[in-house]
Design a protein around this ligand. Structure first.
Ligand code: HEM
Length: 447
C-alpha cells in the first residue's frame, strides 16, 4: 500500500525494505541494532511529533499533574509523555470515567493527522463491543477472582520451594520442575502487569524479563499495533526471525529460522540479561529493584548448593526451561500464520481498531474454558487483546457479547486447532508472499 499523503520521510533510508503501509511513515529507530522499550518510545516520540504533551485522537493534553493521580499507576502516563496514546487510552478504560476526566487536561487541537491508521468510531466494531461489554463487567467486575489469585500465588510459592530444594540437593529433576513452575508464574504475571499497579505483576520479574519493560514493548507496542511495523515484538527478532511476508526475505535465513527458533526459545531469558546489562551501560535503562530478583535466586542457590558452579549450572538450566515454555506458547499459538494479517498483507478498508485486532489474533480451542491453561498458554487471546486490563478470570463472561457483536458485523469468528497454529507459525516465518485477500476469518477455519 502506498504511504499516505504527508508521509514522514526523513526517518526512512534506502536500507528499509518495508514501506510504511497505512502508517504515515516508516517507524523511526525501528532498525536500531539494540531494540528496547527505550528505543521504541524514542522512535514513537519522533514520529508522533507532539512535543511534551499526550495525544488522544486529535487533541493534545498535558497530563503532568495527573501522573501521580492516575488510578492505573503513574508509570503508564509517565512513560508515554510525548506520544499519541489513543489506542492505549481506548483499550485500557471500559467506562466513561477516564474520558470525562481527560477533558480537564485539554491544551489544544493537534496540528497533524494521527500517525496511526486505526479508528474508533462510535458505530464501529470496537466501540460497539465496549458498550455491550460494560454492563457485563459492571456486574462481574474487572479484577481477578479468588481462584486466579490462589492459582498464581501457588505457582509462585511452588517455584521458590522447588528452586531452593533443587539447590540444596543439587537435583536437576527438581530444578526442571522449578523451571516449569517459573514459566507458569511468569505467564500468569502477564495478566497482572496489564492491570493497575499490583504486587503480583512483579512475579514476572522472577525471571530475567522485566514487567516494566514489557508494559512498553508488549502492552503498549505489541497489543496496540499488533503484527504491524510498530509492533516491537515483530521487529525485535529481525533479522533472525522475520515474521512479515516480505518478498525480499532471504529464503535460506527463513528456513534456518525453523531451526534456530528452537535455540531461541531456550536462550531468550539469558539473552535478555545480556541485553539489559548493555542497555544499562548505555544509559537507556535504570536498574529497578525487581530486576535483581533472578540474581537473588542465584545467590540463594549458591548458598544452598554444594558449589557455586553447580548452583550456576542449576540456575541456567532452570531459566532455560522456563524460557522455552514461556516463549514457545505465545509465539506459536497466537499471532503467526499465513492467513493472519501481518504488515504487508492486504489491509481492510474499515480500519476500526477492534476489527484490525481480530485480523491479527487467533484462539486455540484446546485451552479455552480452562483458566489454568488460558493463563499459562495465552488463551482467550482475542478478548485479552480487546480488553487488556480485564483479568483473564473475567474474560469468559464476555464471550456472549463478543459473539453477538461479531455476528452483527458479519465476522465468522471461530476457534483454531493448536496444530494449525503451530504449523502456521513455521509457514509464516518462511512466507514471502503478502496475502492479497481481505484479512479476516475465512470459511471459519485456518487451512
Ligand atoms: C497513557 C495511556 C493510559 C494507559 C495505558 C492507562 C492504563 C490504565 C490502566 C491499566 C488502568 C487500570 C485498569 C484496571 O485495572 O481496572 C487505568 C485506570 C484508569 N485510568 Fe488510565 N491509562 C491511560 C491514560 C489515562 C488517562 C489520560 C486518564 C484520564 C485523564 C485515565 C484515567 C483512568 C481512570 C479514571 C481509571 C480507573 C478505571 C476507569 O475508570 O476506567 N487513564 N488506566
Amino acid at each position: 500500500m502506498a504511504p499516505r499523503e504527508g508521509e514522514v520521510t526523513q526517518e526512512s533510508t534506502d536500507s528499509q525494505r518495508l514501506n510504511a503501509g497505512a502508517f504515515r511513515g516508516y517507524p523511526a529507530l525501528r532498525d536500531t541494532p539494540l531494540k528496547s522499550s527505550h528505543t521504541w518510545l524514542a522512535g514513537k516520540r519522533i514520529d508522533d511529533n507532539i512535543g511534551n504533551y499526550w495525544r488522544v485522537h486529535d487533541k493534545l493534553y498535558d497530563l503532568s499533574e495527573f501522573v501521580d493521580k492516575h488510578p492505573g499507576g503513574r508509570q503508564w502516563i509517565e512513560l508515554t509523555r510525548g506520544t499519541d496514546v489513543t489506542e492505549s487510552f481506548e483499550s485500557s478504560h471500559i467506562g466513561s470515567t477516564a474520558e470525562v476526566l481527560l477533558q480537564k487536561y485539554f491544551i489544544k487541537n493537534a496540528d497533524n493527522p494521527r500517525n496511526s491508521p486505526y479508528t474508533f468510531h462510535e458505530d464501529g466494531f470496537y466501540k460497539t463491543l465496549k458498550r455491550k461489554a460494560l454492563p457485563v463487567l459492571k456486574e462481574v467486575g474487572t479484577g481477578p477472582t479468588r481462584q486466579m489469585l490462589l492459582m498464581h500465588d501457588a505457582t509462585a510459592i511452588s517455584f521458590i520451594c522447588l528452586c531452593l530444594c533443587a539447590a540444596r540437593y543439587d537435583s536437576y529433576m527438581l530444578v526442571s520442575l522449578a523451571g516449569l513452575s517459573l514459566a507458569f508464574t511468569v505467564a500468569m504475571a502477564h495478566n497482572f502487569f496489564h492491570q493497575r499497579d499490583n504486587f503480583r505483576m512483579y512475579y514476572f520479574d522472577l525471571c530475567p524479563l522485566s514487567s516494566s519493560e514489557w508494559r512498553v514493548t508488549h502492552a503498549i507496542s505489541h497489543h496496540l499495533f499488533t503484527n504491524s511495523i510498530y509492533d516491537w515484538e515483530i521487529s525485535a527478532l529481525e533479522p533472525f526471525v522475520f515474521f512479515l511476508p516480505d518478498p525480499a526475505k532471504n529464503k535460506y535465513v527463513a528456513y534456518l529460522t525453523i531451526f534456530w527458533s528452537h535455540i531461541f526459545y531456550y536462550m531468550a531469558f539469558l539473552i535478555e540479561i545480556l541485553k539489559r546489562i548493555v542497555c544499562i551501560c548505555m544509559g537507556h535503562m535504570k536498574i529497578r529493584p525487581e530486576n535483581l530478583l533472578p540474581f537473588i535466586e542465584l545467590l540463594l542457590m549458591c548458598y544452598l548448593s554444594s558449589t557455586p558452579t553447580t548452583a550456576f549450572k542449576l540456575w541456567c538450566t532452570m531459566q532455560s526451561i522456563a524460557s522455552f515454555i514461556f516463549v514457545y506458547a505465545p509465539l506459536t499459538g497466537t499471532h503467526h500464520h499465513p492467513d493472519i494479517w501481518h504488515h504487508g498483507d492486504a489491509t481492510r478498508t474499515d480500519q476500526d481498531w477492534g476489527l484490525c485486532q481480530l485480523d491479527t489474533v487467533r484462539d486455540r480451542v484446546e485451552v479455552t474454558g480452562n483458566l489454568f491453561l488460558v493463563c499459562t498458554t495465552f488463551g482467550d487471546h482475542t478478548l485479552h487483546h480487546m480488553f487488556p486490563t480485564v483479568d483473564h478470570s473475567k474474560l469468559p463472561y464476555l464471550y456472549p457479547v463478543f459473539f453477538k457483536t461479531c455476528q452483527e458485523f458479519g465476522i465468522p469468528f471461530a476457534f483454531q486447532k493448536h496444530t494449525d497454529m503451530h504449523m502456521g507459525f513455521y509457514r509464516q516465518v518462511i512466507n514471502r508472499s503478502p496475502n492479497k485477500d481481505d484479512p479476516g476469518y475465512k470459511n471459519n477455519k485456518l487451512e
